[in-house]
Design a protein around this ligand. Structure first.
Ligand code: 5GP
Length: 201
């Protein structure tokens, strides 16, 4: 019997810095497996096949869905994103913790199918901070800023379904908070069968 890995699912609105928080956690914890998603969206300059995503055609993605090869999947802005199931389940069975950085729809699907999953929502210190960041980027019209803010509010409403909230005001504190969640969840009695057996051997 092995200790079970934690399936840690992180979501949050774009611009909140969840990618950076996750990267910092992985840097400090190379033993955690980061699940690389499959997507039909076009590659961006910073993307690397197999590192940021596995890039798929629509047909390839549909085949993965038909083969039940995805743990969860979601479509937004005409692009589909999904978590390849096999690598995640293999790692968890080995006792390795797994980090998923996915959207709210996907996270809720994971929680439904894997109630052991631990959901963490990253919040900005205030909604106005996000609005300010968007404005400062200078890439959005006032109309798209308002559409995005409405979308953010809807996402925040779903945050109540998450077990933990991490406020990304200060990056190193946010990383520490996420680490604390991971550590505490790894120490839950029901995940520690191996330790219990060793102690009582
Ligand atoms: P981007 O296209 O900017 O890389 O990602 C857009 C959104 O897709 C982000 O909110 C990200 O969390 C989400 N996402 C990335 N991979 C997955 C996945 O495998 N499943 C789901 N449901 N969402 C994902």
């Amino acid at each position: 019997m092995k200790n079970k890995g934690v399936l840690l699912v992180v979501s949050g609105p774009s611009g909140v810095g969840k990618g950076t928080v996750c990267q910092q956690l992985l840097k400090a914890h190379p033993e955690v497996f980061f699940s690389v998603s499959a997507t039909t969206r076009k590659m961006r300059e910073i993307d690397q096949e197999g590192v940021t995503y596995y890039f798929k055609t629509k047909e390839e993605f549909e085949q993965m869905v038909a083969d039940d090869a995805l743990l969860e999947w979601a479509t937004f802005c005409d692009n589909s994103y999904g978590t390849p199931k096999a690598p995640v389940l293999e790692r968890l069975n080995e006792g390795t913790s797994v980090l998923l950085e996915i959207d709210v729809q996907g996270a809720l699907q994971v929680k439904k199918n894997y109630p052991d999953a631990v959901l963490v929502f990253i919040l900005p210190p205030s909604l106005s901070t996000l609005e300010e960041r968007l404005r400062n980027r200078g890439t959005e019209t006032e109309e798209t800023i308002q559409v995005r803010m409405k979308q953010y509010r809807r996402e925040f409403e779903q945050a109540t379904a998450y077990q933990y909230l991490v406020i990304n005001d200060d990056l190193s504190k946010a990383v520490c908070d996420l680490e604390a969640v991971l550590r505490a969840e790894q120490m839950r009695t029901e995940r520690c069968q191996q330790i219990i057996e060793e102690v009582f051997e």
